[in-house]
Design a protein. Sequence first.
Length: 298
Amino acid sequence: MKLGTIEISGEERVACLLDAEGGVLMPRHLGDLVEIISAGPRGVDQARAEAARGMETFKLRDVKVLAPIRRFSRDVLCTGWNYWDHFYESEGKREGQDVPKPDAPTFFTKAPDVTIGPLDNIAFDPDLSAKWDYEAEVVVVIGKTGRSIPRSRAMEHVFGYCLANDVSQRDLQRRHGGQWFRGKSIDATMPLGPWIVLRDDVDLSGVTIEFELNGTLLQQAKVSDMAFPIDELISELSRGLTLHAGDILLTGTPSGIGNARTPPVFLKQDDQLVTRATGLGELRNTMQRVHLTEYRHD
């Protein structure tokens, strides 16, 4: 089953995608997708029952597909250096900020305002950064709240999976001491989606993730090549730290990033980005000029 959020007739609704043409709307009383996730097995059962009933249907051509998670209670959780080929490809290219190969997963966060839909334009401001980079990633959606989760039970806490592109500004990363939050938290720069595929409906051991820039394949890897698998990520991250139902965790990008190439490949105006993975669909986004450095207030 694939669950997500769409805009239909000016209203945001949770929806179940049934096929390439469309699917079924979830009744409003179930709440948003975070509420359905937080309801645990009961929420999934209700969603399956509503999908089977098919009371309110939709056609994809008539709706806008939004980021599936629309409400965040914390920052977006992320994993760095989770494919060793990616770690090694950047050696000597971190501008004096190289580190030894990590013995445990590397975690960081992104501000929630980065999130956009799977077909939305990515906000691009060359006045803010000269080094815009791409990172295709599989996303884990946490389905069950827990802390200090044993690795043997970690997968019980997974609701499902989707995709993200962790668009990054490499010069901002370097400027601010090598920490990653600043260079990965620019508004409207992380497409998420398109739909959350339930945990038991996809076998990640057979999933390949890819990234294309203007039709050229630049990243391709098996998810099974992760340095630290998903159950280990969840167990390590949750040690003394509560993971909440509805949280999302980006699981790292494989080799092929622009900053590590010779010569480097950085994103520019009107670039076409496609992030895809077996069984998880694809994100299609365009770099679109905006003025992020202009003063804004509410």
